[in-house]
Design a binder for this molecule. Structure first.
Ligand SMILES: Cc1cc2c(cc1C)N(C[C@H](O)[C@H](O)[C@H](O)COP(=O)(O)O)c1[nH]c(=O)[nH]c(=O)c1N2
Length: 211
């Protein structure tokens, strides 16, 4: 069977890209049963180097582990603030950089650096392609979630060794992302960091060379 995508679909897809947000402000009401599992299933359709599917997902429901992750975020965020001075520091201090305390869903995503799946294809000269594959899966999940009205917030202000210990996962699993998942308090077509005047989104021309 041939699948074709029409103009209406393409228009909606474009809207999905525009309206996908990194969400830090979540409603606390729970997600429907199985919502995160369905996002993981979609993520597993993503491209991966040598079809290695190096993504490993850990749904974090345990209250003590979640509290430990939140504490680690607070420590790392306080350290991050110390790296700024003056007006930048004052501005950084006002930013909300995680929804860990409100989000009903916590999902850690790792890259398994020791897996044989894919038989090493594509990784010999660029072993980092394992990590890239996991990021590709996270991006797919991010967009699929938005299509379901679900928000995702990526938290990287964390100590990866500490998260690995808190979640008790194999040493060969490298932390790629810690995601907050839940219904957003509000929808917006502009990044929150832009609204907070931290940075602004630049056009493709600024990042494109022609040779
Ligand atoms: C690898 C990586 C890591 C992080 C992020 C993103 C990515 C790709 N982002 C989200 C980031 O700030 C956001 O994507 C940009 O500001 C653009 O906003 P939209 O995603 O378009 O809403 C992010 N945001 C945040 O508040 N705390 C964080 O620790 C991180 N870490």
């Amino acid at each position: 069977m041939m699948v074709e995508f029409d103009d209406t679909f393409r228009q909606h897809l474009r809207e999905l890209f525009v309206w996908r947000r990194d969400v830090r402000r979540f409603r606390t009401d729970p997600l429907p049963a199985g919502a995160i599992d369905r996002l993981i299933e979609t993520a597993c359709l993503s491209p991966s180097v040598g079809l290695s599917q190096p993504w490993r997902f850990v749904i974090v429901d345990d209250a003590a582990r979640r509290r430990a992750v939140i504490e680690d975020f607070k420590t790392c965020n306080a350290d991050a603030l110390k790296a700024y001075a003056g007006e930048r520091a004052a501005r950084y201090a006002t930013l909300k950089l995680s929804g860990l305390e409100q989000a009903p869903g916590h999902l850690a995503v790792f890259a398994d650096k020791a897996s044989d799946i894919g038989h090493g294809l594509g990784r010999a000269t660029m072993p980092e392609t394992t990590d890239y594959s996991v990021v590709a899966a996270i991006t797919a999940m991010w967009l699929a979630a938005r299509a379901d009205g679900i928000g995702i917030g990526w938290v990287s202000i964390l100590n990866p060794d500490r998260i690995q210990a808190i979640l008790d996962v194999p040493r060969s699993w490298k932390l790629i992302a810690y995601l907050c998942i839940g219904y957003p308090e509000a929808e917006c077509d502009r990044p929150e960091l832009e609204q907070a005047k931290w940075e602004h989104r630049r056009g493709a021309d600024e990042f494109t060379l022609r040779r």
